[in-house]
Design a protein around this ligand. Structure first.
Ligand SMILES: C[S@@+](CC[C@H](N)C(=O)[O-])C[C@H]1O[C@@H](n2cnc3c(N)ncnc32)[C@H](O)[C@@H]1O
Length: 229
């Protein structure tokens, strides 16, 4: 077994949350998220991979003004979400190569994508370091990783997130409130930080929300310059 395939012992083997998937579709994919989904989808072209599309909330944004050469791929391990994502893709008129896989073990060759996108996924993946390492592997040099993620807060909010986290994980399909996702991203050697923005929206305990773009280094030695958010 390679180091990449090892997951923390407390994490579940199956990603299968039928209730969460059904309720997720009832959430208003609000006007608050719209500009940030547009940011993730803007001017995508070539071979693009979305990690954990859930029920496919990004698909209409990607379909809207998709480049002629866009080849859209997505991996989603939860079968309940996958079924919904396939329906959303059909309704949006977007052709998606949707596969049952996890971010920690991407079923693609090295250097095979022009961009990778993730929206609200790194809170849930079972092994974020392995997932990030896989993203760097499949991205071509000089290509982009675009993300929108909620991360751990500080001060009393962090204390509250720590207290709520066990219950929250059970109720929200394995979502962690306290992940220091952005520190993990910017510290990675393979990326340069193109842009990172802490967004002034979100409701406790799912706050702050951060979006940004990392650029895959040509030689795999990123600068990792921004501080933790
Ligand atoms: C909160 S939902 C976000 C869905 C969608 N990206 C959105 O913006 O609405 C998190 C998604 O990550 C998926 N997920 C969980 N573990 C994963 C893993 N190891 N690799 C890839 N996706 C995973 C879940 O099944 C779920 O669909």
């Amino acid at each position: 077994m390679t180091e990449r395939s090892v997951r923390p012992a407390a994490e579940p083997d199956d990603v299968n949350h039928p209730v969460f998937a059904a309720l997720y579709d009832l959430l208003p994919d609000s006007v608050l998220l719209r500009p940030h989904r547009e940011y993730l989808a803007r001017d995508l072209s070539g071979r693009v991979l979305e990690i954990g599309p859930g029920s496919g909330a990004m698909f209409p944004y990607v379909a809207d003004g998709a480049a002629a050469d866009l080849e859209y791929h997505a991996i989603e391990p939860d079968p309940n979400m996958r079924t919904r994502a396939a329906k959303t893709a059909r309704e949006a008129g977007l052709t998606v190569d949707l596969r049952d896989a996890r971010a920690e073990s991407l079923p693609y060759p090295d250097d095979s994508f022009d961009a990778v996108v993730s929206a609200l996924v790194f809170c849930t993946v079972q092994d974020p370091d392995a997932a990030l390492s896989e993203i760097t592997r499949v991205l071509r040099p000089d290509s982009e990783f675009r993300f929108l993620e909620h991360v751990g807060n500080d001060g009393w909010r962090r204390t509250g997130q720590n207290l709520l986290n066990p219950l929250w994980k059970r109720a929200s399909g394995g979502c962690h409130l306290t992940r220091d996702t952005i520190s993990r991203f910017v510290a990675h050697d393979a990326f340069d930080v193109e842009e990172i923005e802490r967004l002034e929206f979100g409701f406790f305990p799912v706050t702050p929300v951060v979006r940004g773009t990392l650029r895959r280094e040509r030689d795999g030695l990123g600068l990792g310059s921004a501080g933790p958010l």
